[in-house]
Design a protein around this ligand. Structure first.
Ligand code: FMN
Length: 209
């Protein structure tokens, strides 16, 4: 696991952007954001979970996903020490659990118990998979970038687990997962499929993301 520290210039406060008379600060102007639950564990096998929206794919080979985590979170401590975490994708029916896990710290409460979450063992990591979530990704930390208020923790995806109920053959049915998104400080569910990537170029294999 490698660590990159910031330069001081990069840590200066952002300026507030004023648009059409409405105030918007950079932390809320990117939307929609995915809403996921990050689970982790420590040496003593304590487990924890927290809600995260600052998340994104950063590489496809190897497949790597980064999460922005504030240093003060218990999850940050557990993940940076254990070097692993699990990304769990909750359904929109889990909105209350998601919100609870995003407001209460594992320093104070056992969120797994409080939310009656069931766990499943992973194949490669000790951090627990949340069975209530239909999709889980086991990740190993490869890089921590000190980005300012938050660290950007990049994890290599070692395994993915998809509940058969949300699958159609090898594909994940998004409408069966019913994921949540975050827009500003509101939770939104997603709407209908309106197209497929490659509307302009219908040649298989030409899209390189
Ligand atoms: C919808 C939502 C999204 C959140 N996204 C993040 C995030 O991306 N990064 C982060 O550090 N905290 C995020 N939080 C806050 C943490 O989930 C919260 O501080 C949590 O209590 C941390 O738990 P822990 O101390 O047990 O790790 C989010 C909270 C909510 C409700």
């Amino acid at each position: 696991m490698r660590r990159i520290e910031p330069n001081k210039e990069g840590l200066r406060k952002n300026r507030i952007v004023v648009q059409n008379g409405a105030l918007s600060i950079p932390s809320t102007c990117l939307f929609p954001l995915p809403v996921v639950m990050i689970s982790s564990s420590d040496k003593e096998n304590h487990v924890n979970v927290c809600t995260v929206s600052w998340i994104g794919v950063v590489s496809s080979k190897p497949y790597q996903i980064g999460i922005g985590l504030r240093k003060t979170r218990l999850s940050h401590q557990m993940i940076s020490k254990s070097g692993e975490f699990v990304i769990n994708i909750p359904t929109k029916e889990m909105i209350h659990i998601v919100d609870y896990c995003g407001l209460i710290s594992g320093e104070k409460r056992n969120k797994f118990k409080d939310c009656k979450l069931t766990v499943k063992r992973g194949k490669y990591v000790k951090a627990p998979l949340i069975k209530n979530c239909p999709v889980n990704y086991e990740c190993k930390v490869t890089l921590i970038i000190e980005a300012g208020s938050h660290d950007f923790i990049i994890g290599k995806v070692l395994a993915s687990h998809v509940n058969g109920k949300v699958k159609n053959g090898k594909q994940i049915c998004v409408n069966k997962v019913n994921p949540l998104t975050l827009c500003g400080n509101e939770y939104w569910s997603i709407g209908k499929r309106i197209g497929k990537v490659g509307i302009h170029k219908r040649i298989e294999g030409e899209i390189d993301v």
